[in-house]
Design a binder for this molecule. Structure first.
Ligand code: SAH
Length: 513
């Protein structure tokens, strides 16, 4: 061999829920030089890729297969021959209606080495997430996977649907939505009882999953009335009846609710996770962007006499993050900070400080600048004391002026980050939000409310869209919402993400009562 040749991994990505990818697949993604991926692959999975990994989208729609398939194979060959480790990432399992066989054979012909990484296939996921056991003692002891959509270039269908109608197996039909009526008719003609329980599971394993259950005979009408289409798996068999009781996924408290999260990208994750665990569909619409903003001259001034400060006060978790990132870069030993007393505006800020093994002395119960000023003044230690307040480009003014005017402190302000409006043109979820709206929209800062008010025209929901109920993390954000003309419908008593999500859960439960 003249040059080093890479390897191709034909990898199953699972059915949609990013948590259903295998550990092996994730490890390969994190090492790959090139990832070639399909339409039904969850985009979040690509986050595992290295920064300089090349990602190539080869998504295709039904009906345009063969030429593109050849082109996909050419891309794989070209990339692997250039010495790359190539992951070919496919929805579900690569060997179940995934054309993985063809791709692997082509690689063998070219003398290219490859591996197969199986994935959770759609039928297995649909069954699991709809609470339908595919096999069940005394009810069904065999399962058949079928496709309703064979090679579009072939005129005649090879599947003898009537023959499958004569079986009492559980049937799982992929790509069957376009021909559902014909398929069902043929199964019944073949002998399957029209009263057999059946279900269509669309978008299995992701927040927008929908299930339609009916008898086999009624299924086509019911599915049409519900407006359901691809991607979906049709499941036929007595086992489907079990789903009435075992439907865990769709009975989670926020299932079917759409929730828009307006925090900045870096901070949206925790809120997203908490909402998704409860079953919500989360739309990330970051209204603000937060970035480091260090004025080296200002830092030098302050750090030249760091030892002279009595108090170090943080007014936000972002302040903590950007302060310590820069501080530790300049002074790798945390002890350079000295023995200042430390205060945090609230629990989230305190937690961010504690991550550096520093315990803040003051954390007011109510996370506002006012409450923090009160708590600091109450210590009786401010008179003539030097206080360093770490802030962002916005806010902190009230806190600082009270520390000065009522506490008689000497206050220096150190801005460490900047909050800007996010450009909504660059946010993929905005289109979806405008078209379909959401049930709830969450605000966790007044800067996000400000951005929302200023960009209202860009976010205006269409005529068909659900108008979302505004949820606020706490009093400051609520005040800002009210002054912007937005009615606050959900606000927790305690200011924390957990309490906010809990308040939304309760609100949703009351709404369905
Ligand atoms: N290799 C894939 C199948 C690809 S064929 C696998 O193993 O799952 C595409 C078909 O798979 C769709 O038309 C639909 O029938 C099914 N499918 C894929 N993802 C699905 C999902 N999340 N929910 C329901 N059906 C899905």
């Amino acid at each position: 061999m003249t040059e080093k040749q890479g390897k191709v991994y034909l990898v199953g990505a699972g059915p949609g829920d990013p948590g259903l990818i295998t550990v092996r697949a994730q490890a390969l993604l994190s090492q790959a030089d090139v990832v070639v991926y399909d339409y039904l692959v969850h985009p979040g999975l690509l986050a595992a890729c290295r920064r300089n990994c090349e990602t190539i989208y080869v998504g295709k729609q039904a009906g345009f297969h063969s030429i593109e398939q050849e082109r996909i194979e050419e891309i794989l060959i070209e990339k692997v021959k250039a010495g790359n480790e190539v992951v070919r990432l496919k929805g579900g399992d690569p060997f179940v209606y995934g054309r993985g066989g063809e791709e692997a054979r082509r690689l063998v012909e070219q003398g290219i080495s490859f591996e197969i990484v199986p994935g959770v296939t759609a039928a297995v996921a649909a069954a699991g997430y709809a609470g339908i056991p595919l096999t069940q003692r005394n009810t069904s002891s065999s399962v058949v996977f079928l496709t309703g959509h064979e090679d579009p270039l072939k005129k005649a269908t090879i599947i003898d649907w009537r023959a499958f109608g004569a079986l009492d197996s559980t049937l799982c039909i992929y790509m069957g939505m376009g021909r559902l009526r014909e398929i069902v008719a043929a199964l019944i003609e073949g002998g399957r009882d029209p009263g057999t329980p059946a279900a269509v599971v669309q978008w299995a394993s992701v927040a927008r999953q929908r299930t339609c259950r009916a008898t086999l005979g009624e299924l086509p009408d019911r599915v049409a009335a519900a407006g359901m289409g691809a991607p979906a798996v049709v499941i036929v068999g007595d086992v489907v009846a079990w789903g009435d009781k075992l439907n865990w996924f769709e009975s989670r408290p926020l299932f079917g609710r759409r929730v828009a999260v307006t925090r900045n990208r870096a901070q949206a994750g925790e809120l997203r996770d908490r909402l998704e665990i409860l079953g919500a569909e989360v739309l990330e619409i970051p209204l603000v962007r937060v970035s480091a903003d260090h004025d080296p001259k200002r830092w030098d001034e302050i750090f030249a006499e760091l030892g002279a400060y009595d108090w170090l006060v943080f007014s936000s978790a972002n302040g903590v993050k950007f302060f310590f990132e820069y501080f530790l870069e300049k002074y790798p030993d945390i002890r350079s900070l000295g023995a200042m007393r430390i205060a945090a505006v609230g629990k989230a800020t305190a937690r961010a400080i504690e991550a550096y093994r520093i315990i803040p002395e003051i954390v007011p119960a109510k996370a506002t600048g006012e409450a923090l000023a009160d708590a600091l003044i109450e210590t009786g230690s401010l008179d003539n004391a030097k206080v360093l307040v770490v802030t962002g480009s916005l806010g902190g003014d009230k806190l600082i002026s009270r520390l000065q005017s009522e506490g008689f402190a000497i206050v220096d302000r150190l801005p460490v980050y900047r909050t800007e409006l996010e450009r909504l043109e660059d946010v993929p979820a905005v289109k979806d939000f405008r078209e379909r709206g959401a049930d709830y929209i969450i605000f966790t800062s007044s800067s996000a409310v400000q951005s929302f008010a200023e960009q209202a025209a860009r976010l205006k929901p269409g005529a068909e869209a659900t108008v979302p109920k505004a949820c606020s993390i706490g009093p400051v954000t609520s005040e800002k919402l009210k002054s912007s003309g937005v009615t606050v419908q959900v606000e927790p008593e305690r200011q924390s993400l957990g309490a906010l999500v809990e308040a939304i859960r309760e609100h949703a439960a009351r709404a369905t009562e």
